[in-house]
Design a protein around this ligand. Sequence first.
Ligand code: SF4
Length: 249
Amino acid sequence: MKHNYGNSLCISTQVGCNMGCAFCESGRLKKRRNLKTCEMVLQILKVEEIINEKITHVVLMGIGEPFDNYDAVIDFINIINCGKGLDIGARHITVSTSGIIPKIEQFIEDGKQVNLAISLHAPNDTLRNELMPINKAYPLKDLIQVLKKYIAKTNRRVTFEYIMIKDKNDSLACAKELASLVQGMNCYINLIPYNETSHIQYKRSEKETILKFYDCLKKNHINVTIRKEFGTKVMAACGQLRAKIEEDV
Ligand code: SF4
């Protein structure tokens, strides 16, 4: 992804994923295996070779749950952050999790200076249980509590990713509930228009609905952005890629 601030690359950490999020093509087929650290590094080196430019920003938001492959992911972060490695600044690296609380605790203890993002996608347990089964093990109250601990300990901001799914999590009631859930936290919310695929019935929220949702959060003094889209037309946007490859095999 080319930005005015540099080249950002989204890295996968597993082949498949066991988290089973209802909206996600990548997780539709279960985890086959964890990627090794070297395989994650190679994703960067290969793309740099192809585009003949440096990757300046890395997000661990591709296929897989990074904290379900914790040790290899931390080694990867150390290597790409190291001056003798790829020398990518810690502030330019973002690791995203669906909310495995014990691993977030470990991440706090490890004191990594990289950014932390949480795939939230719902403002209450009922809806989140439906969209993200992980929530049954680690409900929102506990997740928010550990994130407050993270913010207090690191003095860093947390990003919440929120996929906008039509008539599912995009009502104004959801926006208000979301605002009160994160009220007072050092965070921002990234609204992501849902990427539709042929296997999942969910539809993308209307543009106007997304804007109303955004306005509601703004009015409640929540930092919020709407994610710029990349790759939808070539089935390379979030959650679309793996299913296409599987179909072609
Ligand atoms: S959204 Fe992320 S954690 Fe959830 S199934 Fe997809 S790849 Fe796994």
